[in-house]
Design a protein around this ligand. Structure first.
Ligand SMILES: [Zn+2]
Length: 469
């Protein structure tokens, strides 16, 4: 009798998993110009930079707890997505905001604030399964593959190094050779939907209730406040997020899912006994100060821009940018040797600082993709991307309509404080809609007290842009 019952239930399980296989949504891999080995390499470089800046907790109780969840999830990544060269690692950052991020090839970082805000282990696992899905689906490098030669992520690593400070995108992109840290961390809505679905399935196979992923996203949304958590801007809601996750979850069947565990309660109790975590801003400011002092004492400060530059020549020289556009700049400016960005600056107006190129005077021109259907929204997105992680950046002035080689454009100025000189600087941003979701933008930078004489130079440069057909 007992024996008979057991075989009956075995049969039921087999039948169920057959249903499960046919019913779940199959996520396809996006196009990717990189190799899995490059994912590992790029992720490793970004991880080194991230760990220089962010306070990783060296606390066995906390670390082994998230590692336990991480391993459990990694073990059930579907075989087609199992890249043998990937090295998954799980670390906790001692900051209070609700956030987490994962880098190509495997390194994952979870904020202490995320563990503190979660109500169950299932919720922690939900965010981790989502992040893990981005890694397994290789979304970081797929996102970078979509980028044209002049992509915003790379810009964030270069000229915006002087504009952006403090936030993760910047922290991670600082000093990396490719400067595409931001591209790794901010995903399209399409990739978000895929990571939600893939993560839901990973949750179920690992024995968690997939609806806990939706529950955690709700928790994150609730903590939004005026700016909203960074996690939400890096992982934009693809639309009906909670409903889609729950719909997928209904197709998956998990018996007695893991929710609240003893381990979870212990780790939360342990965290309560520690001194309160600093904010990310406090933590990264300290890291920045340390680096700045070291830079000064090691004599490398001499590499930084001096800010003393010749006035722009009234003669202009034309440059042909790889069949993308032509542009003319003052003859005493030069194009900086960088494969990824097109930047023009005068001698003394640029240099390297903490391994990144920084400018006090100059202009950078780039192309980026934007899914927004109108220029105003696309420009707002761009400005918000800068502003998110930049404590010193002001709000843009009123947008003025301009034209860039016949394409409708917007122009605005933004005040900032230079990362190196700490002097006020003014940024002139011009964006224009090239159609096909392509946005051309230029960023002119000059110290605020010189901006009036540079304004006409920036306008003349932008006016000289001719797009290739
Ligand atoms: Zn995401």
């Amino acid at each position: 009798m007992k024996q008979h019952l057991r075989s009956a239930s075995t049969f039921a399980v087999v039948a169920l998993s057959a249903v499960l296989l046919t019913a779940q949504t199959r996520i396809t891999l996006p196009d990717n110009k990189y190799t899995p080995a490059q994912d590992v390499q790029l992720g490793r470089e970004a991880a080194v930079e991230a760990e220089k800046q962010l306070p990783v907790m060296r606390d066995d109780a906390v670390t082994s707890y998230v590692e336990g969840i991480g391993r459990r999830l990694v073990n059930v990544i579907r075989p087609e997505l199992g890249h043998s060269e990937f090295r998954y690692s799980f670390k906790v950052i001692n900051v209070r905001e609700i956030n987490a991020f994962a880098l190509p090839g495997g390194p994952m970082y979870i904020n202490r604030g995320m563990i503190e805000a979660a109500r169950t282990e299932g919720e922690v696992a939900g965010v981790m399964a989502h992040e893990l899905s981005h890694v397994a689906l290789r979304h970081g490098t797929a996102q970078a593959s979509k980028a044209t030669k002049y992509e915003i992520g790379q810009i964030a690593g270069a000229i915006l190094g002087s504009i952006i400070g403090g936030g993760w995108g910047q922290v991670v992109s600082q000093g990396t050779q490719f400067g595409i840290g931001t591209a790794f961390l901010r995903f399209s809505r399409e990739f978000e939907r895929d990571a939600d679905i893939e993560g839901t399935q990973i949750m179920a196979r690992a024995g968690y209730d997939p609806q806990d992923m939706a529950n955690m996203f709700r928790t994150i949304e609730k903590q939004g406040g005026s700016n909203g958590p960074q996690w939400l801007s890096d992982h934009p809601n693809p639309g009906n997020r909670i409903e889609s996750i729950n719909k997928e979850a209904q197709m998956l069947h998990v018996d007695n899912p893991i929710r609240d565990t003893r381990g979870f309660q212990q780790v939360q109790a342990h965290l309560k006994q520690l001194p309160r975590a600093p904010t990310t801003e406090e933590a990264t400011k300290n890291a920045g100060r340390r680096t700045r002092t070291e830079t000064g004492t090691s004599g490398r400060a001499g590499d930084a821009p001096t800010g003393r530059v010749e006035p722009p020549s009234s003669r202009y020289t034309a440059y042909d940018e790889g069949n993308i556009f032509r542009v003319s700049v003052p003859s005493n400016w030069r194009e900086l040797p960088d494969n990824d960005t097109v930047t023009f600056a005068p001698s003394g107006g640029y240099g390297t600082f903490n391994g990144q190129t920084v400018y006090t005077h100059g202009m950078q021109i780039g192309l980026t993709r934007n899914e927004a259907h109108d220029l105003q929204t696309a420009t707002d997105d761009l400005v918000n991307a800068f502003a998110q992680s930049n404590p010193d950046m002001g709000r843009p002035s009123r947008y003025e309509r301009v034209s860039v080689d016949g394409h409708p454009g917007l122009r605005t100025t933004i005040s900032n404080r230079n990362e190196v000189t700490r002097e006020p600087e003014t940024i002139q941003l011009v964006t224009s809609d090239l159609g096909n979701s392509e946005l051309l933008y230029s960023i002119g930078v000059a110290p605020s007290n010189e901006f009036n004489s540079y304004r006409s130079v920036f306008n003349r440069i932008v006016g000289s842009i001719r797009l290739a057909n």
